[in-house]
Design a protein around this ligand. Sequence first.
Ligand code: ADP
Ligand code: MG
Length: 604
Amino acid sequence: MPRPVIHVLPDPLINQIAAGEVVERPSAVVKELVENSIDAGAQRIDVELEQGGLGLICVRDDGWGIPPEELALSLTRHATSKIGGLEDLERVATLGFRGEALPSILSVSRLSLCSRTAGSPQAWMLSGAGRLEIAEPRPAAHPPGTRIEVRDLFFNTPARRKFLKSEATEFRHAQQAVQRLALARHDLGFGLRHNQRRIFDLAPARDENGRRARLRTLCGEDFLAQSVVIDEQRLGMRLHGWLGLPSFARNQADLQYLYVNGRLVRDRLPGFALRRAFGDVMHSTHHPAYVLYLELDPAQVDVNVHPQKTEVRFRDAGRVHDFLFGAVQQTLRRIRPEPDHHHAQVALPTAAVAPDPLRQGAFAYAASPVATPGVSEVLPGWSRPAPFAASHTSGSVTAPASPQPVSEQPLGQPLAQLLGIYILAQSPRGLILVDAHAGHERVLYERLKLQLREGGIPAQRLLAPEIVSLHEDEAEALEARREELLRFGFEIDRAGPGAIAVRSVPPLLAREDFGLLLRGLVDDDQRRESQTHLGEALDAQHRILADVACKAAIKANRRLSLPEMDALLRDMEATELSGQCNHGRPTWVQIDLAELDRLFLRGR
Ligand code: ADP
Ligand code: MG
Protein backbone atom coordinates (compact mmCIF):
# COMPACT_ATOMS: atom_id res chain seq x y z
CA MET A 1 0.00 0.00 0.00
CA PRO A 2 1.42 3.40 -0.94
CA ARG A 3 2.18 5.81 1.88
CA PRO A 4 -0.63 8.35 2.21
CA VAL A 5 0.65 11.89 1.77
CA ILE A 6 0.27 14.58 4.39
CA HIS A 7 -2.18 17.26 3.34
CA VAL A 8 -4.02 20.14 4.95
CA LEU A 9 -7.69 19.37 5.57
CA PRO A 10 -10.31 21.51 3.85
CA ASP A 11 -11.85 24.20 6.07
CA PRO A 12 -15.34 22.68 6.41
CA LEU A 13 -13.81 19.45 7.64
CA ILE A 14 -11.56 21.26 10.10
CA ASN A 15 -14.63 23.00 11.43
CA GLN A 16 -16.54 19.75 11.74
CA ILE A 17 -13.71 18.23 13.70
CA ALA A 18 -13.63 21.24 15.99
CA ALA A 19 -17.41 21.05 16.27
CA GLY A 20 -17.03 17.58 17.73
CA GLU A 21 -15.40 19.15 20.74
CA VAL A 22 -17.41 22.30 21.06
CA VAL A 23 -20.95 21.23 20.17
CA GLU A 24 -21.55 17.64 21.06
CA ARG A 25 -25.30 18.11 21.55
CA PRO A 26 -28.00 20.79 21.27
CA SER A 27 -27.41 22.08 24.79
CA ALA A 28 -23.84 22.98 23.86
CA VAL A 29 -25.11 25.09 20.95
CA VAL A 30 -27.53 26.82 23.30
CA LYS A 31 -24.74 27.52 25.77
CA GLU A 32 -22.41 28.98 23.13
CA LEU A 33 -25.09 31.18 21.58
CA VAL A 34 -26.38 32.53 24.88
CA GLU A 35 -22.80 33.17 26.01
CA ASN A 36 -22.28 35.20 22.84
CA SER A 37 -25.39 37.25 23.62
CA ILE A 38 -24.14 37.92 27.13
CA ASP A 39 -20.74 38.94 25.78
CA ALA A 40 -22.53 41.32 23.38
CA GLY A 41 -23.99 43.29 26.27
CA ALA A 42 -27.54 41.99 25.86
CA GLN A 43 -30.12 42.85 28.53
CA ARG A 44 -32.67 40.31 27.37
CA ILE A 45 -32.06 36.91 25.77
CA ASP A 46 -34.78 34.67 24.34
CA VAL A 47 -34.20 31.05 23.52
CA GLU A 48 -36.65 29.07 21.44
CA LEU A 49 -36.31 25.36 20.88
CA GLU A 50 -38.14 22.79 18.83
CA GLN A 51 -37.81 19.04 19.28
CA GLY A 52 -35.35 19.38 22.09
CA GLY A 53 -33.20 21.64 19.93
CA LEU A 54 -32.78 19.07 17.15
CA GLY A 55 -35.33 20.82 14.96
CA LEU A 56 -34.59 24.41 15.87
CA ILE A 57 -32.47 26.45 18.23
CA CYS A 58 -33.14 30.16 17.98
CA VAL A 59 -31.39 32.67 20.21
CA ARG A 60 -32.42 36.30 20.07
CA ASP A 61 -30.80 39.18 21.95
CA ASP A 62 -30.77 42.97 22.17
CA GLY A 63 -26.99 43.27 22.33
CA TRP A 64 -24.79 45.54 20.26
CA GLY A 65 -25.02 43.38 17.14
CA ILE A 66 -22.56 42.65 14.36
CA PRO A 67 -22.00 45.14 11.49
CA PRO A 68 -22.61 43.69 8.00
CA GLU A 69 -18.95 43.80 7.03
CA GLU A 70 -18.08 41.51 9.99
CA LEU A 71 -20.89 38.99 9.59
CA ALA A 72 -18.91 36.58 7.43
CA LEU A 73 -15.92 36.95 9.68
CA SER A 74 -17.93 35.97 12.75
CA LEU A 75 -18.54 32.63 11.02
CA THR A 76 -14.86 32.14 10.32
CA ARG A 77 -12.72 29.94 12.49
CA HIS A 78 -10.42 31.69 14.97
CA ALA A 79 -12.08 35.03 14.32
CA THR A 80 -13.06 36.84 17.50
CA SER A 81 -13.63 40.35 18.78
CA LYS A 82 -12.81 39.33 22.36
CA ILE A 83 -9.07 38.95 22.55
CA GLY A 84 -6.27 40.56 20.61
CA GLY A 85 -3.08 39.02 21.87
CA LEU A 86 -1.47 36.85 24.45
CA GLU A 87 -1.82 39.50 27.18
CA ASP A 88 -5.60 39.35 26.74
CA LEU A 89 -5.63 35.57 26.96
CA GLU A 90 -4.07 35.91 30.37
CA ARG A 91 -6.99 37.92 31.68
CA VAL A 92 -10.12 36.93 29.81
CA ALA A 93 -13.18 38.86 30.98
CA THR A 94 -15.67 37.51 28.41
CA LEU A 95 -17.27 34.07 28.28
CA GLY A 96 -16.03 33.44 24.73
CA PHE A 97 -12.56 34.04 23.33
CA ARG A 98 -11.66 31.10 21.09
CA GLY A 99 -13.58 32.17 17.97
CA GLU A 100 -14.76 28.63 17.37
CA ALA A 101 -18.42 28.42 18.25
CA LEU A 102 -20.17 30.00 15.28
CA PRO A 103 -18.06 28.31 12.57
CA SER A 104 -18.37 24.99 14.40
CA ILE A 105 -22.14 25.26 14.64
CA LEU A 106 -22.43 26.36 11.01
CA SER A 107 -20.39 23.34 9.91
CA VAL A 108 -22.96 20.91 11.34
CA SER A 109 -26.29 22.68 10.78
CA ARG A 110 -28.39 24.99 8.65
CA LEU A 111 -27.66 28.35 10.22
CA SER A 112 -28.93 31.84 9.66
CA LEU A 113 -27.45 34.87 11.34
CA CYS A 114 -29.29 38.15 11.37
CA SER A 115 -27.96 41.22 13.13
CA ARG A 116 -28.41 44.95 13.45
CA THR A 117 -26.08 47.34 15.25
CA ALA A 118 -27.42 50.17 17.35
CA GLY A 119 -27.03 53.03 14.88
CA SER A 120 -27.90 51.07 11.76
CA PRO A 121 -31.23 51.70 9.96
CA GLN A 122 -31.64 48.03 9.07
CA ALA A 123 -30.49 44.51 9.78
CA TRP A 124 -28.29 42.26 7.66
CA MET A 125 -28.22 38.52 7.39
CA LEU A 126 -26.19 35.56 6.21
CA SER A 127 -27.04 31.90 6.01
CA GLY A 128 -25.56 28.57 5.08
CA ALA A 129 -25.81 24.82 5.48
CA GLY A 130 -22.55 23.22 6.57
CA ARG A 131 -20.75 26.27 5.20
CA LEU A 132 -21.43 29.78 3.93
CA GLU A 133 -22.82 29.70 0.42
CA ILE A 134 -22.77 33.43 -0.24
CA ALA A 135 -20.49 35.61 1.87
CA GLU A 136 -22.39 38.76 0.89
CA PRO A 137 -24.95 39.83 3.54
CA ARG A 138 -28.55 40.51 2.50
CA PRO A 139 -30.67 43.23 4.08
CA ALA A 140 -33.31 42.03 6.50
CA ALA A 141 -35.85 43.34 9.01
CA HIS A 142 -34.91 42.95 12.68
CA PRO A 143 -34.68 45.20 15.74
CA PRO A 144 -31.21 46.14 17.07
CA GLY A 145 -29.51 43.01 18.30
CA THR A 146 -28.81 39.56 16.93
CA ARG A 147 -30.84 36.49 16.05
CA ILE A 148 -29.26 33.16 15.26
CA GLU A 149 -31.32 30.24 14.02
CA VAL A 150 -29.85 26.78 13.96
CA ARG A 151 -31.91 24.10 12.20
CA ASP A 152 -31.37 20.39 11.68
CA LEU A 153 -28.36 20.06 13.90
CA PHE A 154 -25.94 17.35 12.74
CA PHE A 155 -27.89 16.90 9.46
CA ASN A 156 -24.58 16.26 7.68
CA THR A 157 -22.90 14.21 10.40
CA PRO A 158 -25.24 11.24 10.88
CA ALA A 159 -22.76 9.47 13.16
CA ARG A 160 -23.06 12.32 15.64
CA ARG A 161 -26.81 12.37 15.38
CA LYS A 162 -26.95 8.74 16.44
CA PHE A 163 -25.42 9.59 19.79
CA LEU A 164 -28.20 11.96 20.69
CA LYS A 165 -30.74 10.95 23.28
CA SER A 166 -34.48 11.40 23.19
CA GLU A 167 -35.99 14.77 22.43
CA ALA A 168 -37.02 15.10 26.09
CA THR A 169 -33.52 14.38 27.34
CA GLU A 170 -31.91 16.78 24.90
CA PHE A 171 -34.40 19.43 25.90
CA ARG A 172 -33.62 18.88 29.57
CA HIS A 173 -29.93 19.47 28.90
CA ALA A 174 -30.67 22.56 26.85
CA GLN A 175 -32.93 23.93 29.57
CA GLN A 176 -30.17 23.34 32.11
CA ALA A 177 -27.76 25.25 29.91
CA VAL A 178 -30.06 28.29 29.90
CA GLN A 179 -30.71 27.99 33.62
CA ARG A 180 -27.02 27.88 34.44
CA LEU A 181 -26.44 31.08 32.53
CA ALA A 182 -29.53 32.69 34.04
CA LEU A 183 -28.16 31.92 37.48
CA ALA A 184 -24.84 33.42 36.46
CA ARG A 185 -26.43 36.71 35.41
CA HIS A 186 -29.31 37.77 37.61
CA ASP A 187 -29.16 41.22 36.04
CA LEU A 188 -30.28 39.98 32.61
CA GLY A 189 -33.69 38.87 31.43
CA PHE A 190 -34.09 35.35 30.02
CA GLY A 191 -36.92 33.60 28.23
CA LEU A 192 -37.17 29.96 27.22
CA ARG A 193 -39.76 28.31 24.96
CA HIS A 194 -40.02 24.75 23.79
CA ASN A 195 -42.34 23.59 20.98
CA GLN A 196 -44.19 26.93 21.24
CA ARG A 197 -44.70 26.47 24.95
CA ARG A 198 -43.37 28.95 27.49
CA ILE A 199 -41.00 27.27 29.96
CA PHE A 200 -39.92 30.33 31.89
CA ASP A 201 -39.63 34.04 31.64
CA LEU A 202 -37.18 35.67 34.01
CA ALA A 203 -37.24 39.42 34.48
CA PRO A 204 -33.91 41.05 35.32
CA ALA A 205 -33.39 40.97 39.09
CA ARG A 206 -32.97 44.48 40.43
CA ASP A 207 -32.49 43.66 44.10
CA GLU A 208 -32.22 40.88 46.64
CA ASN A 209 -35.90 40.02 46.29
CA GLY A 210 -35.53 39.68 42.57
CA ARG A 211 -32.54 37.41 42.96
CA ARG A 212 -34.43 35.29 45.44
CA ALA A 213 -37.36 35.07 43.07
CA ARG A 214 -35.07 33.82 40.32
CA LEU A 215 -33.48 31.34 42.68
CA ARG A 216 -36.95 30.10 43.62
CA THR A 217 -37.84 29.55 39.96
CA LEU A 218 -34.59 27.82 39.05
CA CYS A 219 -33.61 25.95 42.22
CA GLY A 220 -36.94 25.53 43.95
CA GLU A 221 -38.69 26.85 47.01
CA ASP A 222 -37.10 24.22 49.25
CA PHE A 223 -33.59 25.30 48.46
CA LEU A 224 -34.48 28.93 48.98
CA ALA A 225 -36.14 28.21 52.31
CA GLN A 226 -33.28 26.05 53.49
CA SER A 227 -30.26 28.09 52.58
CA VAL A 228 -28.22 30.88 54.07
CA VAL A 229 -26.66 33.84 52.36
CA ILE A 230 -22.90 33.83 52.25
CA ASP A 231 -20.69 36.80 51.49
CA GLU A 232 -17.03 36.72 52.39
CA GLN A 233 -14.06 38.64 51.12
CA ARG A 234 -10.41 38.06 51.67
CA LEU A 235 -7.12 38.53 49.87
CA GLY A 236 -8.74 40.09 46.83
CA MET A 237 -11.26 37.27 46.49
CA ARG A 238 -14.96 37.36 47.15
CA LEU A 239 -17.33 34.44 47.62
CA HIS A 240 -21.03 35.16 47.73
CA GLY A 241 -24.29 33.38 47.04
CA TRP A 242 -26.40 30.81 48.83
CA LEU A 243 -25.40 27.79 50.85
CA GLY A 244 -27.91 25.00 51.39
CA LEU A 245 -28.18 24.11 55.04
CA PRO A 246 -26.50 20.84 55.94
CA SER A 247 -29.93 19.38 56.66
CA PHE A 248 -30.83 20.07 53.02
CA ALA A 249 -28.15 17.60 51.89
CA ARG A 250 -29.07 15.70 48.77
CA ASN A 251 -28.46 12.21 47.46
CA GLN A 252 -27.11 13.61 44.23
CA ALA A 253 -24.70 16.38 43.45
CA ASP A 254 -27.40 18.01 41.36
CA LEU A 255 -27.70 21.38 43.06
CA GLN A 256 -24.14 22.59 42.97
CA TYR A 257 -23.39 25.73 41.06
CA LEU A 258 -20.06 27.40 41.41
CA TYR A 259 -19.33 30.35 39.15
CA VAL A 260 -15.83 31.68 38.82
CA ASN A 261 -15.97 35.21 37.46
CA GLY A 262 -19.40 34.50 36.00
CA ARG A 263 -18.39 31.22 34.40
CA LEU A 264 -19.87 27.97 35.69
CA VAL A 265 -17.03 25.59 36.39
CA ARG A 266 -17.02 21.88 37.05
CA ASP A 267 -13.61 21.79 38.56
CA ARG A 268 -12.46 19.26 41.11
CA LEU A 269 -10.53 21.65 43.28
CA PRO A 270 -13.31 24.01 44.37
CA GLY A 271 -15.73 21.10 44.66
CA PHE A 272 -13.35 19.38 47.00
CA ALA A 273 -12.90 22.46 49.17
CA LEU A 274 -16.66 22.86 49.53
CA ARG A 275 -17.16 19.18 50.26
CA ARG A 276 -14.58 19.42 53.03
CA ALA A 277 -16.18 22.49 54.52
CA PHE A 278 -19.45 20.58 54.86
CA GLY A 279 -17.70 17.44 56.07
CA ASP A 280 -18.26 18.12 59.71
CA VAL A 281 -22.00 18.30 59.45
CA MET A 282 -22.92 15.99 56.65
CA HIS A 283 -23.07 12.30 55.99
CA SER A 284 -20.41 11.29 53.47
CA THR A 285 -22.93 9.85 51.02
CA HIS A 286 -24.83 13.13 50.87
CA HIS A 287 -24.04 16.11 48.74
CA PRO A 288 -24.22 19.74 49.75
CA ALA A 289 -26.32 22.16 47.72
CA TYR A 290 -25.04 25.60 46.78
CA VAL A 291 -25.17 28.46 44.35
CA LEU A 292 -21.91 30.30 44.77
CA TYR A 293 -20.06 33.05 42.99
CA LEU A 294 -16.33 33.31 43.32
CA GLU A 295 -14.84 36.53 42.07
CA LEU A 296 -11.15 37.15 41.73
CA ASP A 297 -8.68 38.91 39.48
CA PRO A 298 -9.04 37.33 35.99
CA ALA A 299 -5.26 37.17 35.82
CA GLN A 300 -5.43 34.60 38.64
CA VAL A 301 -7.52 32.23 36.51
CA ASP A 302 -6.60 30.37 33.34
CA VAL A 303 -9.82 29.73 31.45
CA ASN A 304 -8.18 28.28 28.35
CA VAL A 305 -7.92 24.67 29.49
CA HIS A 306 -11.09 23.12 28.08
CA PRO A 307 -12.78 23.39 24.65
CA GLN A 308 -16.14 24.01 26.29
CA LYS A 309 -14.49 26.30 28.84
CA THR A 310 -16.10 24.46 31.77
CA GLU A 311 -12.88 24.02 33.66
CA VAL A 312 -10.43 26.57 34.88
CA ARG A 313 -6.99 26.51 36.37
CA PHE A 314 -6.12 28.72 39.31
CA ARG A 315 -2.68 30.23 39.41
CA ASP A 316 -2.63 29.80 43.16
CA ALA A 317 -4.83 26.80 43.75
CA GLY A 318 -3.93 26.43 47.41
CA ARG A 319 -4.98 29.97 48.21
CA VAL A 320 -8.33 29.52 46.44
CA HIS A 321 -8.93 26.21 48.18
CA ASP A 322 -8.21 27.68 51.61
CA PHE A 323 -10.40 30.68 50.96
CA LEU A 324 -13.37 28.60 49.78
CA PHE A 325 -13.02 26.16 52.63
CA GLY A 326 -12.65 28.86 55.27
CA ALA A 327 -15.46 31.05 53.97
CA VAL A 328 -17.99 28.22 53.79
CA GLN A 329 -16.98 26.70 57.09
CA GLN A 330 -17.23 30.04 58.87
CA THR A 331 -20.65 30.70 57.46
CA LEU A 332 -21.90 27.28 58.51
CA ARG A 333 -20.55 27.88 61.99
CA ARG A 334 -22.51 31.05 62.40
CA ILE A 335 -25.84 29.30 61.92
CA ARG A 336 -27.58 29.34 65.31
CA PRO A 337 -31.06 28.79 66.57
CA GLU A 338 -33.00 32.01 66.26
CA PRO A 339 -36.47 32.77 67.49
CA ASP A 340 -37.94 34.51 64.52
CA HIS A 341 -38.48 31.61 62.20
CA HIS A 342 -40.77 28.73 61.93
CA HIS A 343 -39.30 25.50 60.89
CA ALA A 344 -41.66 22.61 60.95
CA GLN A 345 -43.94 21.87 58.05
CA VAL A 346 -47.27 21.04 59.59
CA ALA A 347 -49.95 19.34 57.59
CA LEU A 348 -53.01 21.53 57.57
CA PRO A 349 -56.52 20.16 57.76
CA THR A 350 -57.60 22.51 54.97
CA ALA A 351 -55.26 23.55 52.26
CA ALA A 352 -56.21 27.12 51.58
CA VAL A 353 -55.99 28.67 55.02
CA ALA A 354 -53.72 31.68 55.00
CA PRO A 355 -51.99 32.73 58.20
CA ASP A 356 -53.32 35.72 60.07
CA PRO A 357 -51.22 38.65 58.85
CA LEU A 358 -51.38 40.33 62.27
CA ARG A 359 -49.64 37.40 63.74
CA GLN A 360 -46.81 37.86 61.31
CA GLY A 361 -45.37 40.81 63.16
CA ALA A 362 -42.10 39.11 63.79
CA PHE A 363 -41.68 38.44 60.10
CA ALA A 364 -42.54 41.93 59.05
CA TYR A 365 -38.96 43.06 58.69
CA ALA A 366 -38.47 40.54 55.93
CA ALA A 367 -41.79 41.00 54.22
CA SER A 368 -41.35 41.52 50.52
CA PRO A 369 -43.62 41.98 47.53
CA VAL A 370 -42.72 38.56 46.18
CA ALA A 371 -43.13 36.73 49.45
CA THR A 372 -45.84 34.12 49.48
CA PRO A 373 -47.97 34.34 52.59
CA GLY A 374 -46.87 31.81 55.13
CA VAL A 375 -43.57 31.24 53.45
CA SER A 376 -41.16 33.23 55.48
CA GLU A 377 -38.60 35.18 53.53
CA VAL A 378 -36.14 34.50 56.26
CA LEU A 379 -34.71 31.15 56.99
CA PRO A 380 -36.80 28.64 58.82
CA GLY A 381 -35.40 27.97 62.20
CA TRP A 382 -31.99 29.32 61.43
CA SER A 383 -30.31 32.60 61.71
CA ARG A 384 -28.59 34.23 58.83
CA PRO A 385 -24.87 34.47 59.28
CA ALA A 386 -24.13 37.56 61.31
CA PRO A 387 -22.96 40.03 58.69
CA PHE A 388 -20.44 41.85 60.79
CA ALA A 389 -19.20 39.19 63.13
CA ALA A 390 -15.75 39.87 64.55
CA SER A 391 -14.14 37.18 62.45
CA HIS A 392 -15.46 38.81 59.32
CA THR A 393 -13.01 40.31 56.92
CA SER A 394 -15.38 41.77 54.41
CA GLY A 395 -17.27 45.00 54.33
CA SER A 396 -19.83 44.22 51.70
CA VAL A 397 -22.86 42.31 52.74
CA THR A 398 -26.06 41.45 50.94
CA ALA A 399 -27.97 39.79 53.76
CA PRO A 400 -30.55 41.97 55.49
CA ALA A 401 -29.74 42.82 59.05
CA SER A 402 -30.80 40.26 61.61
CA PRO A 403 -33.95 41.13 63.51
CA GLN A 404 -33.96 41.89 67.19
CA PRO A 405 -34.57 38.62 68.96
CA VAL A 406 -37.83 38.62 70.89
CA SER A 407 -36.23 36.34 73.41
CA GLU A 408 -32.67 35.68 74.34
CA GLN A 409 -33.53 32.03 74.55
CA PRO A 410 -34.70 30.90 71.15
CA LEU A 411 -35.08 27.29 72.21
CA GLY A 412 -37.46 28.38 74.95
CA GLN A 413 -38.35 26.93 78.33
CA PRO A 414 -38.57 23.16 78.71
CA LEU A 415 -41.94 21.75 79.72
CA ALA A 416 -41.61 18.01 79.46
CA GLN A 417 -39.89 15.08 77.87
CA LEU A 418 -41.80 13.24 75.19
CA LEU A 419 -41.49 9.49 74.69
CA GLY A 420 -38.07 9.55 76.29
CA ILE A 421 -36.65 11.17 73.17
CA TYR A 422 -37.79 14.73 72.63
CA ILE A 423 -37.79 17.78 74.81
CA LEU A 424 -40.94 19.81 74.52
CA ALA A 425 -40.35 23.51 75.12
CA GLN A 426 -42.25 26.75 74.67
CA SER A 427 -41.11 30.21 73.74
CA PRO A 428 -43.11 33.37 73.02
CA ARG A 429 -42.99 32.25 69.40
CA GLY A 430 -44.60 28.88 69.88
CA LEU A 431 -43.71 25.30 70.47
CA ILE A 432 -40.29 23.74 70.13
CA LEU A 433 -39.25 20.11 69.90
CA VAL A 434 -35.65 19.16 70.49
CA ASP A 435 -34.04 15.82 69.76
CA ALA A 436 -32.18 15.51 73.03
CA HIS A 437 -29.61 12.97 71.91
CA ALA A 438 -28.79 14.72 68.65
CA GLY A 439 -28.55 18.12 70.31
CA HIS A 440 -26.44 16.87 73.16
CA GLU A 441 -24.15 15.01 70.79
CA ARG A 442 -23.46 18.18 68.85
CA VAL A 443 -22.80 20.17 72.01
CA LEU A 444 -20.33 17.56 73.23
CA TYR A 445 -18.63 17.22 69.89
CA GLU A 446 -18.00 20.94 69.61
CA ARG A 447 -16.76 21.08 73.19
CA LEU A 448 -14.37 18.19 72.60
CA LYS A 449 -13.03 19.80 69.46
CA LEU A 450 -12.34 22.98 71.38
CA GLN A 451 -10.57 21.09 74.13
CA LEU A 452 -8.47 19.23 71.60
CA ARG A 453 -7.46 22.49 69.96
CA GLU A 454 -6.57 23.97 73.31
CA GLY A 455 -4.11 21.32 74.31
CA GLY A 456 -5.99 18.09 74.79
CA ILE A 457 -9.00 16.50 76.40
CA PRO A 458 -8.68 16.04 80.14
CA ALA A 459 -8.28 12.45 81.26
CA GLN A 460 -10.18 11.04 84.21
CA ARG A 461 -8.40 8.32 86.09
CA LEU A 462 -10.45 5.19 86.70
CA LEU A 463 -10.43 3.73 90.22
CA ALA A 464 -9.25 0.47 88.81
CA PRO A 465 -8.01 -0.09 85.27
CA GLU A 466 -10.55 -1.65 82.98
CA ILE A 467 -9.32 -4.52 80.88
CA VAL A 468 -10.60 -4.60 77.33
CA SER A 469 -10.02 -7.78 75.39
CA LEU A 470 -9.33 -7.51 71.74
CA HIS A 471 -7.76 -9.31 68.87
CA GLU A 472 -4.00 -9.36 69.12
CA ASP A 473 -3.62 -7.15 66.02
CA GLU A 474 -6.07 -4.67 67.45
CA ALA A 475 -4.26 -4.52 70.76
CA GLU A 476 -1.04 -3.93 68.90
CA ALA A 477 -2.52 -1.19 66.77
CA LEU A 478 -3.92 0.55 69.83
CA GLU A 479 -0.68 0.31 71.69
CA ALA A 480 1.09 1.93 68.77
CA ARG A 481 -1.23 4.91 69.13
CA ARG A 482 -0.75 5.27 72.85
CA GLU A 483 0.73 8.78 72.71
CA GLU A 484 -1.91 10.05 70.32
CA LEU A 485 -4.71 8.63 72.46
CA LEU A 486 -3.45 10.53 75.49
CA ARG A 487 -4.51 13.74 73.78
CA PHE A 488 -8.02 12.35 73.57
CA GLY A 489 -8.09 11.58 77.27
CA PHE A 490 -7.40 7.87 76.95
CA GLU A 491 -4.53 6.40 78.90
CA ILE A 492 -3.93 2.80 77.94
CA ASP A 493 -1.33 0.06 78.41
CA ARG A 494 -0.84 -3.32 76.89
CA ALA A 495 -1.98 -5.91 79.44
CA GLY A 496 -1.41 -9.08 77.47
CA PRO A 497 -1.37 -10.34 73.88
CA GLY A 498 -5.03 -9.56 73.35
CA ALA A 499 -5.73 -7.19 76.21
CA ILE A 500 -5.51 -3.48 76.85
CA ALA A 501 -5.69 -1.89 80.29
CA VAL A 502 -7.59 1.38 80.24
CA ARG A 503 -6.42 3.66 83.05
CA SER A 504 -7.99 6.98 82.15
CA VAL A 505 -10.84 8.04 79.88
CA PRO A 506 -12.43 11.34 78.87
CA PRO A 507 -14.68 12.27 81.82
CA LEU A 508 -17.76 12.16 79.61
CA LEU A 509 -17.62 8.48 78.95
CA ALA A 510 -19.41 5.83 80.94
CA ARG A 511 -17.70 2.58 81.71
CA GLU A 512 -19.68 0.49 79.25
CA ASP A 513 -18.76 2.71 76.33
CA PHE A 514 -15.04 2.81 76.06
CA GLY A 515 -14.31 -0.83 75.26
CA LEU A 516 -16.46 -0.55 72.18
CA LEU A 517 -15.03 2.80 71.35
CA LEU A 518 -11.41 1.69 71.58
CA ARG A 519 -12.16 -1.31 69.44
CA GLY A 520 -13.73 1.00 66.90
CA LEU A 521 -10.62 3.11 66.80
CA VAL A 522 -8.37 0.41 65.46
CA ASP A 523 -10.41 -0.46 62.48
CA ASP A 524 -11.37 2.14 59.96
CA ASP A 525 -14.18 0.17 58.42
CA GLN A 526 -15.51 -0.69 61.77
CA ARG A 527 -15.33 2.93 62.76
CA ARG A 528 -17.24 3.96 59.72
CA GLU A 529 -19.90 1.43 60.54
CA SER A 530 -20.03 2.61 64.09
CA GLN A 531 -22.99 4.39 65.49
CA THR A 532 -22.05 7.84 64.38
CA HIS A 533 -21.93 7.14 60.62
CA LEU A 534 -19.68 10.09 60.22
CA GLY A 535 -18.57 11.38 56.88
CA GLU A 536 -15.29 10.27 55.45
CA ALA A 537 -14.59 13.90 54.86
CA LEU A 538 -14.02 14.14 58.60
CA ASP A 539 -10.45 13.62 59.48
CA ALA A 540 -9.52 10.79 61.75
CA GLN A 541 -9.20 12.98 64.84
CA HIS A 542 -12.65 14.41 64.47
CA ARG A 543 -14.07 10.96 63.92
CA ILE A 544 -12.73 9.91 67.28
CA LEU A 545 -14.30 12.93 68.91
CA ALA A 546 -17.57 12.32 67.15
CA ASP A 547 -17.54 8.74 68.38
CA VAL A 548 -16.91 9.91 71.91
CA ALA A 549 -19.67 12.51 71.64
CA CYS A 550 -22.17 10.03 70.30
CA LYS A 551 -21.39 7.50 73.00
CA ALA A 552 -21.51 10.11 75.72
CA ALA A 553 -24.68 11.87 74.59
CA ILE A 554 -27.97 11.34 76.38
CA LYS A 555 -29.48 8.00 75.52
CA ALA A 556 -33.09 7.46 74.61
CA ASN A 557 -35.34 6.76 77.57
CA ARG A 558 -33.04 8.43 80.02
CA ARG A 559 -35.28 10.59 82.16
CA LEU A 560 -34.25 14.22 82.19
CA SER A 561 -35.13 16.70 84.92
CA LEU A 562 -36.34 20.16 83.94
CA PRO A 563 -33.05 21.79 85.01
CA GLU A 564 -31.17 19.24 82.91
CA MET A 565 -33.34 19.98 79.92
CA ASP A 566 -32.91 23.70 80.46
CA ALA A 567 -29.13 23.32 80.64
CA LEU A 568 -29.09 21.38 77.39
CA LEU A 569 -31.20 23.97 75.56
CA ARG A 570 -28.95 26.78 76.78
CA ASP A 571 -25.86 24.80 75.76
CA MET A 572 -27.29 24.24 72.30
CA GLU A 573 -27.99 27.93 71.88
CA ALA A 574 -24.38 28.68 72.69
CA THR A 575 -22.93 26.00 70.44
CA GLU A 576 -21.71 26.39 66.92
CA LEU A 577 -23.55 24.30 64.37
CA SER A 578 -26.03 23.24 67.00
CA GLY A 579 -28.81 23.25 64.44
CA GLN A 580 -27.82 19.87 63.19
CA CYS A 581 -26.38 16.76 64.71
CA ASN A 582 -23.17 15.27 63.39
CA HIS A 583 -25.10 13.45 60.68
CA GLY A 584 -26.61 16.61 59.28
CA ARG A 585 -30.12 15.98 60.61
CA PRO A 586 -31.88 18.84 62.32
CA THR A 587 -31.66 18.80 66.11
CA TRP A 588 -34.77 20.84 66.72
CA VAL A 589 -37.89 22.18 65.06
CA GLN A 590 -40.19 25.03 65.89
CA ILE A 591 -43.90 25.25 65.26
CA ASP A 592 -44.80 28.85 65.70
CA LEU A 593 -48.01 30.31 66.99
CA ALA A 594 -49.31 31.27 63.56
CA GLU A 595 -48.88 27.69 62.48
CA LEU A 596 -50.69 26.40 65.55
CA ASP A 597 -53.49 28.86 64.92
CA ARG A 598 -53.74 27.56 61.39
CA LEU A 599 -54.03 24.03 62.68
CA PHE A 600 -56.95 25.04 64.85
CA LEU A 601 -58.41 27.46 62.32
CA ARG A 602 -58.20 30.27 64.85
CA GLY A 603 -58.46 33.91 63.95
CA ARG A 604 -60.73 33.15 61.00
P1 ADP B 1 -16.01 33.86 20.45
O1 ADP B 1 -17.25 34.03 21.25
O2 ADP B 1 -15.07 32.92 21.07
O3 ADP B 1 -15.38 35.15 20.08
P2 ADP B 1 -17.81 32.87 18.43
O4 ADP B 1 -17.59 31.99 17.26
O5 ADP B 1 -18.76 32.41 19.45
O6 ADP B 1 -16.39 33.16 19.08
O7 ADP B 1 -18.28 34.27 17.90
C1 ADP B 1 -17.46 34.96 16.97
C2 ADP B 1 -17.66 36.47 17.06
O8 ADP B 1 -18.95 36.82 16.59
C3 ADP B 1 -17.60 37.01 18.46
O9 ADP B 1 -16.27 37.31 18.85
C4 ADP B 1 -18.46 38.26 18.35
O10 ADP B 1 -17.71 39.36 17.94
C5 ADP B 1 -19.45 37.92 17.28
N1 ADP B 1 -20.77 37.52 17.85
C6 ADP B 1 -21.22 36.26 18.00
N2 ADP B 1 -22.47 36.26 18.53
C7 ADP B 1 -22.81 37.56 18.71
C8 ADP B 1 -23.97 38.23 19.24
N3 ADP B 1 -25.04 37.54 19.69
N4 ADP B 1 -23.95 39.58 19.27
C9 ADP B 1 -22.89 40.27 18.84
N5 ADP B 1 -21.78 39.70 18.33
C10 ADP B 1 -21.72 38.36 18.27
MG1 MG C 1 -18.63 32.55 21.59
